[in-house]
Design a protein around this ligand. Sequence first.
Ligand SMILES: *Cc1c(COP(=O)(O)O)cnc(C)c1O
Length: 415
Amino acid sequence: MSYDTVRDVDPAVADALEGERTRQNETLAMIASENHVSTAVLEAQSSELTNKYAEGYPGERYYGGCTYADKIEELAIERAKELWGAEHVNVQPHSGTQANMGVYLAMLDAGDKILSLELEHGGHLSHGHPANFTGKTYEVEQYQVDAETGYIDYDGLAEKAASFEPDIIVSGYSAYPRDIDWEAIQDVADDVGAYHLADIAHITGLVAAGVHSSPVGIADFVTGSTHKTIRAGRGGLIMCKEEYADKVDAAVFPGSQGGPLMHNVAGKAVGFGEALEPAFKEYAQQVVDNAKALADQLQEHGFSLVSDGTDNHLVLVDLRESHPDTTGKDAEEALEETGIVLNANTVPGETRSAFNPSGIRAGTPGLTTRGFDEEATREVADLIARVVENYDDEAVKTAVSERVAELTDEFSLYD
Ligand SMILES: *Cc1c(COP(=O)(O)O)cnc(C)c1O
């Protein structure tokens, strides 16, 4: 048994790990799907449970020695049920994509039909993109957001559903700044006899805290990622009505995974426990308040936002009107040079390409974890505007980097 540290045995990896910690400390993480977990979640995720095989479910394992694995998975399940009010929870999916796979495998056969939102309009690869297993395995039709308003086109969705007759309708999105009318989508699913999967990957934390409407109890299946707004470390989960519990569990294991990543399940248990504390409600409310402040201040600078604002943790800027010659990639790269990290994103009615699109997506979960309030977030919007307006001006970028360094010092992160 070696007790050496990573630094002792592997300086190359140690340097990169230290580099990543410094990068997170010294930059503003505004990628809307990212967040920073607590050191307690980090500790659980790097525990000895990484050694343990626990194929099966608590009390029904295929391996011995599962006393503590059982305890931890039970805690994660119990806490998830309390957080989201779900009848049944599976905490084993390795990621949000694996969670969706679990639902598809449980309920669909190859060749069955999925109706989902177009990727360019805010959907996700695992909802039927041709490059993803879903696009290769199932027949896929897509609905859109309204070109004028940027809101989900619920009437268009109903029309598509009536003509396509899907087996499952997928709601829940990756780049959609507005609240979602789960009941309207459930009504469409009921009308055409389809299942409804609500994928709340981005908004798990907001839904748990009650600052975003919840699909739990409305949709048949709810899936999520555990590392985004809920801040419980990398992974996924599935929630469903009791009647689908056995099918879903069997689709995850043995259907599509082997041994669960029990160290990550431990991270989920700790993160869910933290999210049950009253402070998490305040955090989630602040995430939304900060996103509104970000939206408002960007609009002050003349940026146009898809849907004209936000109800959740993110904003989607369409640069075409305000900065027709600046692409999302130009903005992303210039901002990263100054320590503001966000991503170029397609916008509805995209006229460029997925690789070099016309928008940028920015979220507030990471900033809020660092303690940013609305005032500090407005200043970040000012900095973003300065950089985008002067993206090839080195002096501006240097000045902004200096201010970002002060902000990351003031709102510190990991020791
Ligand atoms: C992030 C995301 C996922 C997938 O999460 P991974 O954990 O990266 O697999 C699934 N669905 C939506 C809508 C997402 O935004």
